[in-house]
Design a protein around this ligand. Structure first.
Ligand SMILES: *Cc1c(COP(=O)(O)O)cnc(C)c1O
Length: 379
């Protein structure tokens, strides 16, 4: 393609309309069914989704929640985590991972990442465990499972539970074919529209194979009430809507096909980047069979300038995340400083997410890599 031909190509970071168009009849039918039933909160659609997600994720129980954030919050509440407690987690994640810990009055203990996978460094996590640690919370960032065995070993040694923040990783699996959410004691999914399984609004789910945790999570999402109007514990309103469940049930049937398309796009990016002889300047994510590519994140020098260049060529990108959690203003009182967690700080300067959504065409992928090459040639 010539530069002129390419300049007509638009590549948004995500194109949810293309996805909707491909399943419009099924979605419209499901939404109409809920409206007809006038049953809007929990109920049969939510129960059916819970069963389907439990089955899909290889767990015994799934509890629909109002968001991924609330799924994490309820998981911590189910463990009675509060003031004086510490939760060990990665510094390189979406804010919610740490926000839920702080909101309960507990202390997030941030550790650095593996610079290749961007996931929590398991030996750093093990080293951060103290007598006050009440949970370890790895994140399967970008849709790739964190290195779980050493984390599970460190946790078991001290009798500490492991909560997987699997908000970006539904359907991902590791080398032993363990699905995201099934590896630790609880797993938390988000159905935010930009996740691989996204609703038409906020939604989330906590999964577990422990019947006691299942019971506590179901109580917590209904203000701790059982029976109705009798409260043994303080919970919240963390309920999932039936409309979201109905939409998600339609999309769940397509999820593996969409994941396969994301994986094909990732392979194609790697091939195009190698063909353009960019591999010494553009670090691409290593593949793993269970990686679901919620994001395809490259690493480059002059990241912000490249981002501007791509924007001028109608290519959407994003930085996940520009500020590691230990450097966030709201956590200043925890006393971390620049240089404390250097791999995450470098990633925050150098990583860039490229469009990876399933409906991308080859012309779009070619345009993205052609534009990256153009930028590199101009330096
Ligand atoms: C999206 C996300 C969340 C929060 O999910 P919401 O549904 O937006 O509340 C938590 N953790 C990670 C890693 C996420 O990507």
């Amino acid at each position: 393609m010539s530069t002129a031909e390419r300049s007509a190509v638009q590549v948004p970071l995500l194109d949810l309309r293309a996805q909707y168009n491909s399943i419009r009849a099924e979605i419209d039918e499901a939404v109409a069914r809920v409206i007809e039933s006038q049953y809007f909160i929990l109920g049969p659609e939510v129960s059916a989704l819970e069963e389907e997600i439990a089955d899909y994720s290889q767990v015994q129980h799934a509890i629909g929640m109002s968001s991924g954030t609330d799924a994490l919050l309820a998981a911590l509440m189910a463990l009675d985590i509060g003031p004086g407690d510490e939760v060990v987690t990665t510094t390189y994640s979406f804010f919610a991972t740490a926000g839920v810990i702080a909101r309960l009055g507990a202390t997030p203990v941030f550790v650095d990442i593996d610079p290749v996978t961007y996931n929590i460094d398991p030996s750093a996590a093990a080293g951060a465990v103290t007598a006050h640690t009440k949970a370890i919370m790895p994140v399967h960032l970008y849709g790739r499972i964190a290195d779980m065995d050493p984390i599970l070993a460190a946790a078991r040694e001290r009798g500490i539970p492991v909560i997987e923040d699997a908000a970006q990783a539904i359907g991902a699996f590791d080398g032993q074919h363990r699905k995201a959410g099934s590896i630790g004691d609880m797993g938390c999914f988000s159905f935010f529209p930009s996740k691989n399984l996204g609703g038409f609004g906020d939604g989330g789910m906590t999964v577990t194979s422990d019947p006691d945790l299942d019971h506590r999570l179901k109580l917590l999402r209904m203000h701790g009430s059982e029976p109705k109007y009798y409260h043994s514990i303080v919970g919240g309103n963390f309920r999932l809507d039936a409309l979201q469940a109905a939409v998600l049930r339609v999309k769940l049937k397509h999820l593996d096909d969409w994941t396969a398309a994301r994986r094909r796009n990732a392979d194609r990016y790697r091939e195009l980047i190698a063909d353009a002889r960019l591999t010494d300047r553009v670090t691409v994510p290593q593949d793993e069979p269970g990686h679901i590519y919620n994001q395809f994140v490259i690493r480059v020098q002059e990241r912000d300038a490249l981002r501007e260049h791509l924007k001028a060529r109608n290519i959407g990108t994003e930085v996940y995340y520009p500020v590691p959690l230990h450097m966030q203003e709201c956590f200043a009182s925890l006393g971390y400083g620049e240089g404390d967690l250097p791999h995450a700080e470098a990633a925050a300067r150098e990583t860039l997410a490229l469009p990876i959504y399933p409906e991308l065409t080859d012309a779009q992928l070619v345009h993205v890599v052609g534009s990256i090459r153009e930028f590199q040639e101009s330096r």
